[in-house]
Design a protein around this ligand. Structure first.
Ligand SMILES: Nc1ncnc2c1ncn2[C@@H]1O[C@H](COP(=O)(O)OP(=O)(O)OP(=O)(O)O)[C@@H](O)[C@H]1O
Ligand SMILES: [Mg+2]
Length: 345
């Protein structure tokens, strides 16, 4: 039988469970994909607001970008399952993340008046860099797709209760940043405080722009304050494009030279001076190794459990008590399976 190119028809349903959030462009629901014989899969369903979906220019950009990102399958990226339409409503079905946004983690730290450990910040940021590196260099059918996120910001970084870091909304930003349905004209702005100089000025946006945004996010993780704060367009242009890059060491006491240098390079107005996402991530990983605090999901998991005791609900449940073994504190840990492997009794 000839199977190549054969089309298989399928019909499906989603059951909405609850509304997770209503954003400017879409509403996100926790939902279930329903299949035959009681099959269900937990998903997130992002339903695009009508005022966007009825604009043909916007819709075309949105669909083109979603098509580019459809095959981005990586542990640090929220996976897209489907782009679909029911009647006049467009939706994206994607991996459902149980956890919190990085925005919520930063806000929680600020609320508690507790700084974030640089090693934890480096772990989170390095995982976002892995996602970006994968997308920037993604090849499909022998062709580099040059995918750019364009909206790297704490609201789009999701942290699972199990301690994994996932970047969301790949390919969604372009449509939103290029076209404002209310104004019916091109709009050059992304999220105000995470804009890159070339994006504000309407220049070409490529992977360098995502690295600039990573510099802003790392700054915010380490200082718990936004780097750029101006809301008015003119002032924002002045702040990001005209004024010299802020001296990050002024705001973060005891900032390690490697992290200061990394942010300085990433935030350079000359995009050629910015490191690749891969190099950005490597510097962060080296920082952790140097400080004998390698980042791990277990550490982030423990941190989230401590900071969000009321909502913390991990997906996994370990049968054995969790062991946290750090290189520097091995001697303090109780004798364990792992220590026996290292020759300690
Ligand atoms: N895949 C997902 N799984 C679980 N929750 C999600 C998922 N995607 C988004 N969310 C939740 O929905 C909220 C709204 O997401 P949404 O992407 O619509 O808005 P945003 O990220 O705040 O802004 P933007 O429109 O710039 O992306 C997020 O803050 C997050 O809490
Ligand atoms: Mg988002």
């Amino acid at each position: 039988m000839d199977i190549e190119g054969r089309l298989i028809e399928y019909a499906g349903q989603f059951r909405l469970i609850r509304q997770v959030a209503r954003g400017g462009m879409a509403t996100v629901y926790e939902a279930e994909q329903i299949g035959p014989a009681g099959f269900t899969k937990q998903i997130a369903l992002k339903i695009i607001h009508d005022r966007y979906a009825t604009q043909p220019e916007w819709l075309q950009l949105f669909i083109d970008e979603a098509k580019l990102s459809a095959n981005l399958v990586h542990g640090n990226i929220v996976q897209i399952y489907q782009l679909g339409r029911t009647g006049s409503e467009y939706y994206i079905a994607m991996e459902f993340i149980k956890g919190v946004t990085l925005r919520a983690l930063i806000d929680r730290h600020r609320h508690l008046g507790r700084t974030m450990s640089p090693a934890l910040a480096a772990y989170i940021a390095s995982r976002v860099c892995r996602a970006l590196d994968f997308a920037h260099n993604f090849v499909l059918g022998g062709r580099r797709l040059d995918i750019v996120h364009r909206d790297v910001s704490p609201g789009n970084v999701l942290l699972t209760w199990d301690g994994h870091v996932k970047l969301a909304d790949f390919g969604i930003a372009k449509a939103r940043t290029m076209f404002d349905p209310a104004a019916q004209r091109p709009l050059m702005m992304g999220k105000k405080h995470y804009m890159r100089p070339e994006q504000i000025m309407g220049g070409q946006v490529d992977w360098h722009s995502d690295v600039f945004a990573m510099g802003i996010v790392l700054f915010e993780l380490l200082s718990l304050r936004p780097l750029f704060t101006e809301d008015e367009t003119e002032a924002a242009i002045d702040e990001v494009v005209v004024a010299p890059a802020p001296d990050v060491t002024r705001y973060i006491p005891d900032l390690h030279t490697s992290l200061a240098g990394l942010m300085r390079a990433a935030l350079s107005k000359q995009r050629e001076e910015r490191p690749s996402a891969a190099d950005f991530g490597r510097v962060l990983d080296q920082y952790c190794v140097l400080h004998r605090e390698p980042g791990s999901p277990e550490r982030l998991q423990a941190h989230l459990a401590e900071l969000f005791p009321d909502t913390y609900r991990p997906i996994t449940e370990s049968a054995a008590p969790t062991l946290t073994v750090s290189i520097s504190s091995q001697s303090r840990s109780h004798p364990s399976f792992i220590q026996r492997l290292f020759g300690r009794h």
